[in-house]
Design a protein around this ligand. Structure first.
Ligand SMILES: [Zn+2]
Ligand SMILES: [Zn+2]
Length: 409
């Protein structure tokens, strides 16, 4: 039997390589190649590449038993890394700032352990592209995932988070928000900066929109499941002495119900139109939603069982009382397969990153303390020495227990 210490060292090396070589959504060519190569080297795994683009699917038949799908996403983000790690990204402007490199290395590590599992069951490992753009799961499903591979009894997935390494956060029911990206384009009238009365300034409309939207979430939408609305990008103009003729604002909206989503989309539309009207814009602004993610829902019953399995295996599990405002396309697999699914967050940070007051804030608020880097930050740096073994153990423990809901002994 392979020495687990050697295995960990290998997956650690794979993690560092992935971290240093991040690839953006949909172009995870080298990542997929590496995943397929590593998976083929493990006993029993049948590997299929190019599923829905760069997706890789591994199947391990260990005899009759339930089919368990295990999912990891592979893409990185357009972020310039500032962690200063010695395995920092070698690709300028691209970084594994969401920790999907941990997911890939951990699922490979889990596959290695499942190879050696003498118990029956079928495991399907999904290495999914393009989670960040909300198109990867959809792409794999559109490429016949459900017909080409054994259908799941349950789908399991996890996400590394900026919490203490190994701590699992989970809840039954709504776990994560729906997300929409929205592009708002204002058209004005360009002109000379010295003659603003001859122009209609779209930059001012965009800036007013961003300020006015803060009031939307703070006042109108301040219900128990308050949505989150962030302006992540604002593009306008080229020079100080030119009044631009267009301005674009990119928004990220997180909601927990369809009615809240509809209301927010309508309000964004109304406020954008009102800003354009107030500025006497020559045409209405364009408000275009794109990149939609559904609400992530954990199946009641199955979720409690997975949480108790992890707890029994000595993994600390913190039950969440409220859903998380992050979003995922993970839920699409179980929706398409009409089966249960369970997703959890697992801490990836070294304990030394947290003061005592951080820890008590986290326990009370079930949220990240304000000064610590979150996913997507250029400083997001999980500690793989702690995060990787924890994520491998969580995935293997849940997968084995789900394949054998009634223990053989
Ligand atoms: Zn992300
Ligand atoms: Zn992510």
């Amino acid at each position: 039997m392979t020495d687990p210490t050697t295995l960990d060292a290998h997956w650690l090396e794979i993690y560092r390589h992935l971290h240093a070589h991040p690839e953006l959504s949909g172009v995870e060519f080298e990542t997929a190649r590496l995943v397929a190569e590593e998976l083929r080297a493990l006993p029993g795994w049948e590997v299929t590449e190019n599923v829905g683009g760069t997706g890789v699917v591994g199947v391990l038949h260990n005899g009759p038993g339930p089919v368990i799908w295990l999912r990891a996403d592979m893409d990185a983000l357009p972020v310039q890394e500032e962690t200063g790690l010695d395995y920092t990204s070698l690709t300028p402007g691209v970084m594994h700032a969401c920790g999907h490199d941990i997911h890939v290395a951990a699922l490979l590590g889990a596959c290695a352990q499942l190879s050696a599992d003498p118990l029956p069951g079928t495991f399907v490992a999904l290495f999914q592209p393009a989670e960040e753009t909300g198109s990867g799961a959809e792409g794999m499903l559109a490429d016949g995932l459900l017909d080409r591979f054994p259908r799941p009894r349950i789908v399991l997935g996890q996400h590394v988070s900026p919490l203490p390494a190994g701590l699992v956060l989970c809840k039954s029911g709504t776990l994560m928000a729906a997300a929409d990206s929205i592009r708002v384009t204002f058209n004005g009238v360009g002109g000379h900066a010295s003659q603003p009365h001859t122009a209609i300034d779209p930059l001012l409309m965009a800036a007013s929109l961003v300020v006015r939207l803060q009031a939307l979430t703070a006042r109108q939408a301040a219900t128990a499941a308050t949505p989150v609305l962030t302006a992540g990008a604002l593009h306008a103009g080229t020079r100080p002495n030119i009044i631009a003729d267009t301005a674009e604002v990119l928004l990220s909206l997180r909601t927990f119900t369809d009615s809240s989503r509809d209301r927010m989309l309508e309000a964004i539309h109304r406020i954008a139109q009102a800003e354009a009207a107030a500025a006497n814009a020559p045409v209405d602004p364009k408000v275009e939603p794109y990149d939609h993610f559904p609400v992530t829902t954990n199946t009641p019953g199955d979720t409690e069982r997975v949480m108790s399995t992890l707890t029994s295996a000595g993994i600390p599990v913190m039950p969440l009382t409220h859903p998380i405002t992050g979003s995922e396309d993970f839920g699409l697999f179980a929706t398409a397969a009409n089966c249960p699914s369970v997703f959890w967050h697992i801490g990836g940070m070294s304990l030394t990153s947290f003061t005592e007051s951080d820890q008590s804030y986290m326990l009370t608020e079930a949220a990240l303390p304000p000064h610590l880097p979150s996913n997507h930050s250029p400083h997001f740096a999980p500690d793989p020495l702690q995060a990787l073994p924890a994520a491998i153990t969580a995935m293997v423990t849940a997968a084995r227990a789900e394949a054998h809901p009634q223990p053989l002994r």
